[in-house]
Structure formats: C-alpha cells, structure tokens
Design a protein around this ligand. Structure first.
Ligand SMILES: [Mn+2]
Length: 362
C-alpha cells in the first residue's frame, strides 16, 4: 500500500486563532501544523479529525483578561503550515481492516513525513504547535528535534494517562503506546504526569532502567485510606511514590517544585496526550479515563513551566496536542447530547493551546 499523504494548506481557509490572513512563515513567531493520522489506536477511533476540530473550536474563544484574540493574534503571528492528511483505517463509521504490515508501512511513512514537515519551524526556532492525530505522530518530532539538538538537552513534559513506554504495542514500534519508549531510547529527558492506567511488567522495567520513579506524578485512583492501608506495598512499588500521588487532578506545591527542579535542560518540549485529562473534561479521546488531570491542573502546570523556563533561560520549543478524537456528530440532531459532549473536548483543547500561546508571547 503506497503512502499517500497530502498537505492540505487551505483547510476552510482558516488559521488557529482565526486571524484574517495567514501570516507568511518568515514573519511568523509560531507555526501551526496538523497531522491527520489514526492507524494504530485500538479503542475509540477519530484522532485523524483532531486538527480540524481544534482549528474550528479555536475560533470560538474570545474571553481573555489581558489580550483579546485579535491582539494575541498580532503578538503571536502564527503561520498555519497546513494539515498533513493520511489515509485512515476508519471511514464512514466503519473500521477497515489493515494488515500488520500495512499499518507498519503507514506509520513509518507518517513519521518521515512529520519529521520533514516540522523541521523548518524547529530549525527557525519558531514555537511549533502540532495538533494530532494519534500520539505516535510525536515520533516525527523526536526525529526532527534529535537532528537539530542533543536529545539529552531536551526535557519532554509528558502529560498522558499512559506512560507509553512499551517497546512495541501490537507489534508496532511507531505506535501510540510506544511513543515515549522511542523518545527515551533516543536520550530525551522526561517528566510525566496524568499517568494512571496500568503499568505492566515491561513498563516497570523501563521505569527502573531510565530512573523515572521520582519523575512520575501518578494520579491517585483510590481513596486515601486505601493507599494508607497499603503503604508497605507502595514503598516497594517500582513506579509510584506516595509523595508524588496527584489528588484531584492538580499537583500540590511540593510536587510542582519537584517537577520544576527536574526541568533543567536548555530546551523543553510539551507532549500532551489529551487522555491525561480527566474524562469529564475530555471525553473525546481514544481512551477516556477517570481520575485524570483537571483542566486547571494542566493549565497551572504549563504556566509554571513556561514561567520557570523564562527565568532560567530555557527555551520551550513547542507542544504537541494529540489523541483529540472528536465524537461523531449527528448533523440531523444539532442539539443532541452527543454533539454537545464532543464540542466540549475540542473547546477545552483549543482553550489550553490558546492560553499556552498567550503565556509564551506575553
Ligand atoms: Mn500517549
């Protein structure tokens, strides 16, 4: 199956912040790139519709106390590089069965294309906002970053329900469940929060190998009393540290301090799999799970990291926002519950990206 990928530069003629015109790459301080790719996700499909949904939702955001959207637009001057479109194994509500080899070829080709597409922005040191697509699209960023910098000088701020440290998932190396394994073997530094889904034996070994226990801020999924009763077992736990348990989706002051101390490289990249959020704020994703980060919790964290970076002369290179999978809307029933639920996910994701740009450029 040949990889057929196109760069759609005129998706509804729109820009992320609904600027009247798309500024040229040269004059821009930031770049938007969408990657419409969903081939290896295993549960709720639709991550290939993420970039479009994010662009459209971003036009509805107006409230801001410091800068309105028009003023922010002028300040950020964001070039829309377009949306890389790949064939999806999900069409018209039906899953097309692809063979293992077909998925592999598709994913490998995608990684190369993403690397090529994001290289100019990274090379020109423009803030890159990349909208996925499934989380595996970040593999293209890792490659582009490693081409320009020493990965050991870059900390990945990873927000996700899953550690994504399995060497392969369903025999696929470039897969949404293995994206951090690829990053770690390339030498990137990392901190992780939002994590709460099962961490199997293989991932526990990886946590030990890369000495990540202090760098994982695991979301509590049990009552406090439960953790107290099982304190002895927790002490031996390979990945969970009692002091690092995140309650109610917000890091406490000590945890925030600890996380910021761990961000000590010249560069930072934010990798945000939206299933890191609690499913009540982000139902439109491949594997929505409860007990996750609150919108406020992630906002506080990203704001703190951006401010910390500025004070320490650390460069925040960009952010990937992946696994946004808008729920299928029914155009026949515009006021249905499912339409309302879906829109909430896109709005929250767009709002967060909007705020990150604001903090980066004001
Ligand atoms: Mn992920």
């Amino acid at each position: 199956m040949p990889l057929h990928c196109t760069l759609n530069k005129e998706y509804k003629n729109c820009t992320f912040l609904d600027a009247e015109k798309n500024p040229s790459f040269e004059e821009a301080r930031a770049v938007f790139l969408g990657v419409s790719f969903d081939a290896t996700t295993t549960y709720h499909k639709g991550a290939d519709k993420g970039p479009q949904a994010l662009l459209e939702a971003s036009h509805q955001i107006e409230f801001e106390p410091v800068l309105d959207s028009a003023a922010l637009n002028e300040r950020v001057c964001m070039h829309n590089a377009g949306i890389l479109e790949f064939p999806s194994n999900w069409k018209n509500g039906m899953l097309k069965e692809w063979s293992e080899n077909e998925v592999r070829a598709m994913a490998e080709g995608m990684v190369q294309e993403v690397q090529k597409a994001c290289a100019p922005a990274l090379h020109a040191k423009k803030f890159l906002l990349m909208a996925g697509g499934e989380h595996s699209v970040a593999n293209g960023i890792w490659k582009a970053l490693a081409h320009l910098y020493n990965p050991e000088g870059i900390t990945l701020l990873h927000v996700d329900a899953h550690l994504d440290l399995r060497d392969a998932y369903w025999n696929q190396k470039y897969c949404h469940g293995s994206v951090m394994a690829r990053a770690k073997e390339m030498g990137f530094q990392s901190v992780h929060t939002g994590i709460r889904d099962q961490i199997g034996v293989e991932e526990q070994e990886q946590v030990k190998k890369y000495e990540l226990r202090e760098r994982i801020f695991y979301c509590a999924t049990q009552p406090k009393e439960f953790y107290a009763r099982n304190a002895r077992a927790l002490k031996k736990c390979a990945w969970m540290k009692k002091e690092n348990l995140v309650w109610n989706g917000v890091l406490n002051a000590l945890q925030m301090k600890k996380l910021l101390r761990a961000v000590a490289t010249p560069y930072v990249w934010i990798s945000l799999d939206v299933d890191g959020f609690d499913s009540s704020v982000m139902p439109g994703t491949g594997t929505p799970l409860p007990y996750g980060m609150s919108l406020k919790g992630v906002e506080d964290l990203l704001h703190a990291v951006i401010v910390h970076a500025r004070s320490k002369k650390i460069t925040v290179l960009g952010m990937d926002l992946t696994e946004l999978a808008p729920l299928m809307r029914d155009p026949e029933k515009p006021y249905s519950m499912s339409n309302a639920v879906s829109v909430q996910s896109e709005m929250n994701a767009a709002l967060l990206a909007h705020k990150v740009l604001q903090w980066m450029f004001t």
